[in-house]
Design a binder for this molecule. Sequence first.
Ligand code: FAD
Ligand code: AKG
Length: 322
Amino acid sequence: LCITETCPSCSVTVLSDQFSPNTTSDVAAGMLIPHTYPDTPIHRQKQWFKETFTYLFAISNSAEASEAGIHLVSGWQVFKSVPKEELPFWSDIVLGFRAMSEAELLKFPQHRFGQAFTTLKCDCPSYLLWLEKRLKAAGTQMYTRKVADLWELHSEYDIVVNCTGMGAHQLVGDKQLFPVRGQVLKVHAPWVKQFIRDGDGLTYIYPGIHRVTLGGTREKGSWSLSPDANTTRDILDRCCSLEPSLQGAQDIEVKVGLRPSRLCVRVQREVLSQGGVKLPVVHNYGHGAGGFSVHRGTANEAAHLVGECISALQGSSSRAKL
Ligand SMILES: Cc1cc2nc3c(=O)[nH]c(=O)nc-3n(C[C@H](O)[C@H](O)[C@H](O)COP(=O)(O)OP(=O)(O)OC[C@H]3O[C@@H](n4cnc5c(N)ncnc54)[C@H](O)[C@@H]3O)c2cc1C
Ligand SMILES: O=C(O)CCC(=O)C(=O)O
């Protein structure tokens, strides 16, 4: 979508072996709460988050908000002891970030410190459909197709943008990419209006438009997409200890996804070369646990790199003519 916006003369085709509702992005809680990528400079991550927050905040304030599934949500992140970093790098991007008051902390007898703020949340399947609709309106073709090798696209396309998430492990043989399995529950508990996140990042309660997402797990290196019944009980127990009213949650649906994790997101231009033939590629994958939080920022950067590929192609074709 960013490419169609920044380069309207480009003809964009989306190829994917799965579309919504069968992607990792459909499983996500969709909270805008960044995760730190250890090998990406903080100023770059902050810029990605800021661009994403600004973009989604504008949608949340528009008549598109409910179709796009974007809404503001307020709540608390609570800690058993005061964290080393009292002010996370994103504290001035979310709204109204402050330390919790004594009165608020009374709700969490096992916790000693907390942060209150308002952020955005995406109802992921709605947002993905809304994005697809906008792509189609921009004239983008969408085909179901599994790509086994980027070179198979060479004869049909000038530039390939690789946004395959965990699929990049096989497609481009990226051994720095690893799965972090996450199991979540989507439940009916319409009385829960505030989010609650344990500062250790393992347990969270995220109210959405229709359902509340209860999490979670972070199992590094696990490729299993099968729900685990013991884990479901454990998630429910942990969430009930933060919000006892969840004992009354109904209609529990279990979802599992593999976070496409790396020490840094790979937003990078590469020119593949084979027998003197060149294929420009822009990679945009490896968003781990924070794909929704930074998606618009990384997409803007990838679109910019596509612009650079176009300039390089135009330069080489004019040189070829000379
Ligand atoms: C339980 C859980 C909760 C999460 N909660 C949050 C949250 O609250 N906030 C947040 O910011 N992030 C969250 N995340 C992280 C977020 O879901 C991911 O970072 C994000 O979904 C990654 O998006 P992606 O588009 O890169 O990958 P995907 O959504 O997996 O999309 C990749 C696409 O590429 C296609 N593909 C792959 N390989 C090929 C191939 N060879 N040929 C053709 N197509 C291919 C796939 O079919 C798919 O459509 C969560 C993740 C999990 C698992
Ligand atoms: O970490 C969070 O609180 C949001 C959920 C998430 O990003 C995840 O489970 O990966």
